[in-house]
Structure formats: structure tokens, C-alpha cells
Design a protein around this ligand. Structure first.
Ligand code: ATP
Ligand code: MG
Length: 256
């Protein structure tokens, strides 16, 4: 039996449409993501990846289509709604607060109180435990301000926040775009560990090496439409590049 029929998807989008005023950005988009797997979302600049990610994360709604999470139809109206469902999005324009430290960022909006004061000790301990569970050793003190962290360290904090809150689905929009080689490697390893913990991960990336290194499935968007959903093991780099640049690839037998 194939994985697709044996395991219920965490995220199942079908027939998704989204316009901004007169501009139709997404048409009839489908995307399915499974627990324990990394699903790469690929497509050229402007293909609609971030628009799709923001809809998943409740930043904006979709105009039409089915959005199912753990089999149930959902309609998150804000990032807070999405987080309450177990959906955590690390946005392309990374949403951490520069002037706060690592712990404060990880608990932002969900601070733990022990009655009168915030329970700093408990939050610090939970932040440290979460980073350790992901084998993150590069951040140093959890009391460092995010403004002092490198791009890779910031990504790590954003990802750890998703794990801390017991998310079922983590969506990362180009987490490695601004990172160096070593940091990219660390973020990719972290992405893999998230999936190995049983989460469903959707990774937006332009980098074919990263996509092939870490993903189990690939969803290609072309001009706001789903050009293909394939298993990574079933395709070559060249085929995926063809899907991104022309929306089809003859030798996959996909429709023109
Ligand atoms: N708020 C908005 N209002 C109007 N048009 C928008 C808005 N947001 C995005 N678009 C348009 O939607 C299209 C898709 O944009 P989107 O950011 O989703 O692309 P993307 O695939 O993430 O691209 P990139 O790889 O460059 O990040 C683009 O043509 C963009 O100009
Ligand atoms: Mg984008």
C-alpha cells in the first residue's frame, strides 16, 4: 500500500483560489502534506508560494477551495487561530522581535504565568529543553537578544518556537534564502528532525540541492496553479526545473 493511502494527511488543500483585487494569484491549487514528511513547495518568483503559505497560516483567507487540517475543514482567520490548531508558519520576512531575547520570542503572546508574575524560570527551562531536543547548540544563551543573532540562529529560534507549541504542521517560507552554506546545512538538518519527530513540514525553497537533500515530496506551482505533486524519489532535478519553468514535463506524462 502506498504511503498516501495508508496515512491521513495533516494538510490537504484542494481547489484553492486567491485573488488580490483583479489579480488572480492562485487558481485551483492542491497541496497535500503528510506527517513525518517534508513536502517541498517550489515555483518561480511570483508563482504564488508565499500567498499560499500566508493562507495556510491565517494571514489572509482563501477565496474558494477546501482547506482540511487533520481531516477537518478549517478556516483560520488569524495566525493565532492557525497556531491554536497546531499550524506554525515561519514567514519569508521572519517574524521575530529584534529587541526581545530568545525565550521572550519563543513565548511571545503565550507567556506562562505563575499567578502574579510571568514564570520566567519555567519559560527559560522550556525554551532550553526545546532547543536541546532539536540538538541546537548554536544559539548560546537563551537570554540573548534576537538582534544579536545571525540569520541562521534566528531561523533556528523560529523553528524551535513551532516545536515548543506542539505544532502538527510547520511551514517554512524560504528559511535558507539568506543563509551561508554551514547555516543552511544546520537549518536543513533541523527541518529533517522536525519531520522525524512526526510533524508535517512544508518547505518553500528555490534551491534544488536543498529540495532533493531534505524533501519526501515536491509540489510545483506554475503561474498560480499546481503543476505537479510528486514523490522526490520519482523525479530528477531536470524534471523539477522543467516543472518550475514551464509548468510541465513531457517525460513525467503530466498534462500540458
Ligand atoms: N498583497 C498583494 N496584493 C497584490 N498582489 C500581490 C499581493 N501579494 C502578492 N501579490 C502578487 O501575487 C503573486 C504571487 O506572489 P507570491 O509572493 O505569492 O510569490 P512567491 O511564489 O512567493 O514568489 P517568491 O519566490 O519571489 O517569494 C505576485 O505576482 C505578487 O505580485
Ligand atoms: Mg515568496
Amino acid at each position: 500500500m502506498s504511503h498516501a493511502t495508508a496515512v491521513r494527511p495533516v494538510l490537504d488543500l484542494r481547489g484553492i483560489d486567491k485573488s488580490f483585487g483583479p489579480v488572480r494569484v492562485l487558481h485551483d491549487v492542491a497541496l497535500t502534506a503528510y506527517p513525518g514528511e517534508v513536502t517541498a513547495l517550489v515555483g518561480d518568483n511570483g508563482a504564488g508560494k508565499t500567498t499560499l503559505v500566508k493562507g495556510i497560516g491565517g494571514v489572509h483567507g482563501f477565496d474558494a477551495g477546501e482547506y482540511r487540517f487533520n481531516g477537518e475543514p478549517v478556516r483560520p482567520r488569524s495566525p493565532r487561530d492557525a497556531a491554536a490548531l497546531g499550524i506554525e508558519v515561519v514567514h519569508q520576512d521572519l517574524a521575530l522581535c529584534e529587541n526581545l531575547d530568545v525565550v521572550e520570542n519563543m513565548f511571545l503572546g503565550r507567556e506562562r504565568s505563575n499567578g502574579l508574575a510571568l514564570d520566567e524560570t519555567a519559560m527559560e527551562e522550556a525554551a532550553r529543553r526545546t532547543l536541546a531536543s532539536l540538538s541546537v547548540r548554536t544559539v548560546g544563551s537563551v537570554r540573548r537578544r534576537v538582534s544579536e543573532l545571525s540569520g541562521g540562529q534566528r531561523q533556528t529560534v523560529a523553528i524551535a518556537r513551532a516545536v515548543l507549541w506542539d505544532s502538527r504542521l510547520v511551514v517554512l517560507d524560504e528559511p535558507a534564502a539568506a543563509l551561508g552554506v554551514a547555516q543552511t546545512q544546520q537549518v536543513l538538518e533541523l527541518v529533517r528532525r522536525l519531520a522525524d519527530k512526526g510533524l508535517a513540514v512544508v518547505l518553500v525553497s528555490h534551491n534544488m540541492n536543498d529540495v532533493f537533500a531534505v524533501s519526501d515530496r515536491i509540489v510545483a506551482l506554475y503561474l498560480g496553479r499546481t503543476a505537479a505533486q510528486v514523490r522526490t524519489a520519482d523525479v530528477t532535478h531536470r524534471q523539477v526545473v522543467e516543472l518550475i519553468t514551464s509548468g510541465r514535463t513531457g517525460d513525467l506524462g503530466l498534462p500540458a
